[in-house]
Design a binder for this molecule. Structure first.
Ligand code: ADP
Length: 424
C-alpha cells in the first residue's frame, strides 16, 4: 500500500479519532482549553508526517504540549504530553481496528507507529529537560536563600555584638566610677552610679529576652497564657507608661476608643502588651519630634483591627517586604543606638519579627501601609493588627465567664472601662 492509501484511510477515520479522543480525554488530566482545535492541529501535522515520512512535522505541537505543563506538574513529575501522546496512539490503534479492514488497519498502525515513537521520545526528552531545568532553578534559589541567610547571620552577629557592647560599656564605666568613689575618703552618694549600672543591665536583659523570644517563635514554642482582656485597658496602660517618653520627644499619642476595643478578647495580656509596645516604640523611634501617633481600630466579622498610625519617616515598599523577617533590617550598625526611643535609633532588628510571631500565635495577622520613606515629607506608616475574637477558651469555666461577659446583659463594659471624665 502506498502512503497515499494510508492517507486516504486516515482521512476516513480522522473524525472518529477526534471524537474518541475528546470522549476519552474530556475530563482527563492534561486536557487544556481549545482541546478540539489542538487535536485538529495534531492530526493535520500527523497527516503531513504520514505523507512526507518525516515525523519532525509534529515537533511544534509536541513543544507546545510539553510547555503547557505547569510548574506544579513539573515539580510533581507529571508527564502530561507523553501521557497524552500514549493515549492518542492507543486510540489510533483502536479506531483503525474498528473502522478499517484488517489489512488497512495493519498498514495504518505500521505507518503511524514510528511517528508516535518519535513523538513520544521527543516529548519524554523535552519533559525531562524541563524537569532538570526546574530543579536547577530550585537549587539556585535555595543557594541564594542560603547566601542571604548567611549574610543575615553575619549582619546579626555584628549588630548584636554592637547592641550588647553598648550596655556593657555603660556598666563597665559606672562600676569603675563606683570603685573610684568607694576608694575616695569622702562619702559619696552611689545612687546615680547604681542607676546607671541598672540601666545597662536592663538593656542587656531586653536584648537577651528578644533573642530568646525569636528562638521560641522560630521553634513554634511560644506558649500563650491567655485570659479574657479588654484591648482598651491594654492600650490605656501603654499610653500611661509611654507618657514620659512622649513628653521627652514632644510627641502626641492619641488612643481612641474604637468599636471592639471594649469587647473581651481571649489573649495573653503580657504578650499582646509586648507586641503593641514594640509597635508604639517603633512609631516613636521613626517619628521626628513634634509628630503624632494615633491608635484606632474597628471591628470586622470575627476580628478586631487595631491601627497604629504615625507621622514619621515612612517605610519604602522594598523594606515593607522584609521588616517582619528576623534580621530583615540589619546592616546599619551606625543607626543602632542604646536608646530605645531616640529618633531613628535602630535596635537589633528583632522587634517586628517578635511582634508578628506574637500576633500570629493569637491567630491574627499584621501588615503595614506606607507611601514610602521620606525623611523630609514624613508620609508616615500605619501598622494594622488583626486579632480574632475568640469566644472559647480551652478552660470551660473561663469560656463560660467569657461568654457571659460579652452578653449585653453581662457586665456593663461601657461603664466599667470609661476613662474620659464624666460630662460636666
Ligand atoms: P529595630 O530593632 O531595628 O527597630 P524592628 O524589627 O522593630 O527592628 O523594625 C525593623 C525596621 O522596620 C526598623 O529598623 C525600621 O527601619 C522599620 N520600621 C519599623 N517601624 C517603623 C515605623 N513606624 N516607621 C518607619 N520605619 C519603621
Amino acid at each position: 500500500m502506498s502512503p497515499s492509501n494510508v492517507q486516504v484511510d486516515f482521512a476516513k477515520i480522522r473524525k472518529k479519532l477526534i471524537h474518541r479522543a475528546l470522549q476519552n480525554l474530556a475530563r482527563g488530566a492534561g486536557v487544556r482549553e481549545n482541546f478540539e482545535s489542538q487535536l485538529e492541529r495534531f492530526y493535520d501535522l500527523l497527516e503531513q508526517a504520514l505523507v512526507t515520512g518525516d515525523p519532525a512535522w509534529l515537533d511544534a505541537v509536541i513543544f507546545d504540549w510539553v510547555n503547557a505543563n505547569t510548574q506544579t506538574d513539573i515539580a510533581e513529575g507529571q508527564k502530561n504530553a507523553t501521557n497524552l501522546l500514549n493515549i492518542l496512539f492507543t486510540l489510533t490503534n483502536e479506531v483503525a481496528r474498528e473502522s478499517l479492514n484488517k489489512g488497512e488497519a495493519l498498514d495504518m498502525i505500521t505507518a503511524v507507529q514510528p511517528i508516535f515513537t518519535y513523538a513520544l521520545d521527543k516529548a519524554a526528552r523535552l519533559e525531562m529537560e524541563n524537569r532538570v531545568a526546574y530543579f536547577a532553578n530550585e537549587i539556585t534559589s535555595v543557594q541564594q536563600k542560603l547566601e542571604k541567610l548567611d549574610r543575615s547571620k553575619s549582619n546579626f552577629i555584628s549588630v548584636a555584638a554592637h547592641e550588647l557592647k553598648t550596655p556593657l560599656t555603660l556598666i563597665e564605666g559606672y562600676t569603675s566610677m563606683m570603685r573610684d568613689a568607694s576608694a575616695s575618703p569622702e562619702a559619696n552618694n552611689m545612687d546615680p552610679l547604681l542607676r546607671g549600672v541598672r540601666t545597662g543591665i536592663q538593656r542587656l536583659r531586653q536584648i537577651v529576652d528578644d533573642m530568646i523570644d525569636v528562638s521560641l517563635i522560630d521553634n513554634n514554642m511560644l506558649s500563650l497564657n491567655s485570659q479574657p482582656l479588654w484591648l482598651s485597658h491594654l492600650l490605656d496602660l501603654l499610653q500611661k507608661n509611654l507618657g514620659e517618653t512622649m513628653q521627652e520627644r514632644r510627641l502626641n499619642l492619641e488612643t481612641r476608643k474604637f468599636p471592639g476595643s471594649q469587647e473581651w478578647l481571649y489573649a495573653d495580656p503580657e504578650r499582646l502588651y509586648q507586641a503593641f509596645l514594640n509597635l508604639l516604640t517603633n512609631a516613636i523611634k521613626y517619628t521626628p519630634d513634634g509628630g503624632s501617633i494615633i491608635v484606632d481600630g474597628r471591628t470586622l466579622p470575627g476580628f478586631v483591627e487595631v491601627t497604629i498610625a504615625d507621622t514619621g519617616i515612612g517605610i519604602s515598599p522594598e523594606d515593607q517586604a522584609v521588616i517582619f523577617e528576623k534580621f530583615g533590617q540589619l546592616g546599619r550598625a551606625d543607626l543602632h543606638s542604646s536608646s530605645k526611643v531616640k529618633f531613628k535609633g535602630g535596635g537589633p532588628g528583632l522587634g517586628l519579627s517578635i511582634t508578628r510571631g506574637i500576633i500570629e500565635a493569637h491567630g491574627g495577622t499584621i501588615w503595614v501601609e506606607s507611601e514610602g520613606c521620606d525623611e523630609e515629607k514624613c508620609p508616615g506608616s500605619t501598622f494594622h493588627v488583626l486579632l480574632p475574637f475568640r469566644t472559647e477558651s480551652s478552660d470551660p469555666r473561663l469560656s463560660k465567664l467569657f461568654g457571659d461577659l460579652n452578653k449585653p446583659e453581662g457586665i456593663n463594659v461601657e461603664k466599667e472601662t470609661r476613662t474620659d471624665p464624666p460630662p460636666a
